[in-house]
Design a protein around this ligand. Structure first.
Ligand code: UT7
Length: 333
């Protein structure tokens, strides 16, 4: 089995910025409430005619450039998203085609905001076994397309963007050291898009009732999030004999600063080790963690040998975490 790591990252957010004050004009809310209850100050929204594949393409291109990998050398493209271009074909196929990744298998993966963690865990297995050499994993969302602009408890939370990582074999002892994934479908009703699938196909009625938008029991998801983030981070470290004291950098899912702060406090990790960018982007679902990872890498916050924990939760319910010993050097042995 090969050790697997991230050898390049990239991200992309649409240009247009929507501030909390901008939202005050379309829904009954205010900057003070949003900032104090969520930590979010602004978010980026894609124009109406820009699909998620465009954001994923841009992020993927940047990650391949960063890794110095040619598109034709990519063996696998996985896109984690809950806002695909279409129910089918898979957005990953469209993005692989645009990138010129002619030799790649491609599929979408749906695990909500945990999607990027599920994605790198999945891609790692193909590389660890030697089946593939290079995988491109992208978390991308256009949440703006599925928001109910009359529901102030959800529409103020989300943003659009994409983050990508190139995975290859790396020297033993670096790269991904452990993964922990989980799910509990009994919590599915807490966070869902009720219509448009086979349970409730699209109809005039589903459109009129806003059933193609995000429906969330915010308080329930909040309690689950604080508990699970702490639990899964401890578990993924324990698996390899580490503790919170060994963590150099924590990259949590960027849903709400109060969730991040509560989880970090429970874990006893120093806040200066925690990457937070939700103030600028809101909750970008599957894109949150990879965009934060890419920004941290580009800002020089990740040093070779650092122990990084990425941890997320989302619809499903799902949760997941990984421990990554940072290196951007490929396999040298
Ligand atoms: O990636 C996973 C996706 N989701 C999440 O992670 C979200 C998890 N949940 C949360 O982050 C929080 O539960 C929310 C931010 C969604 C809500 O915050 P809260 O502190 O739990 O507020 P609440 O739902 O208990 O509402 C408190 C009050 C209510 O008014 P009353 O009934 O006390 O008069 C709401 O109607 O705040 C009101 N409210 C708002 N007021 C101004 C709710 N949304 C807004 C708003 N602006 N946007």
């Amino acid at each position: 089995m090969f050790s697997v790591g991230i050898v390049g990252t990239g991200s992309y957010v649409p240009e247009e910025v929507t501030t909390n004050v901008d939202l005050e004009k379309i829904v009954d809310t205010n900057d003070e409430w949003i900032t104090s209850r969520t930590g979010i100050r602004e978010r980026h929204f894609a124009p109406k005619d820009v699909p998620v594949s465009e954001l994923c393409y841009q992020a993927g291109l940047r990650a391949l450039e960063d890794a110095k990998v040619a598109p034709e050398d990519v063996d696998l493209v996985i896109i984690a998203t809950i806002t695909p271009d279409y129910a089918f074909p898979a957005t990953a196929c469209l993005v692989a085609d645009r990138l010129g990744a002619k030799n790649a298998a491609a599929f979408d993966l749906e695990a909500g905001c945990t999607g990027f963690i599920y994605g790198v865990a999945t891609a790692s297995q193909f590389i660890a076994t030697g089946m593939y050499k290079t995988a491109l994993v992208i978390g991308g969302e256009t949440m703006s397309k599925i928001l109910n602009w009359e529901d102030r408890s959800t529409c103020i939370l989300f943003g659009d963007g994409a983050g990508a990582a190139v995975l290859q074999a790396v020297d033993e002892g670096s790269g991904f050291l452990s993964f922990e994934l989980g799910s509990d479908g009994s919590g599915g009703p807490l966070l869902k898009q009720p219509a448009g699938g086979s349970m409730c196909p699209a109809s005039r009625e589903t459109v009129e009732k806003q059933q193609h938008t995000v429906h969330m029991a915010g308080n329930e998801v909040y309690k689950f999030a604080v508990r699970i983030m702490g639990e899964v981070a401890v578990k993924v470290l324990e698996k390899i004999g580490l503790t919170q004291a060994d963590v150099d950098i924590l990259i949590p899912h960027q849903a709400n600063i109060r969730i991040v702060d509560a989880a970090v406090k429970r874990l006893g990790i120093s806040p200066d080790k925690v990457i937070v960018n939700l103030d600028k982007y809101g909750n970008m679902s599957a894109a949150s963690i990879p965009v934060a990872l890419d920004e941290a890498a580009k800002e020089g916050r990740l040093a070779a040998g650092n122990t990084i924990v990425m941890v997320g939760f989302g619809t499903g319910l799902t949760w997941g975490a990984c421990v990554l010993r940072w290196t951007k050097a490929g396999f040298t042995a």
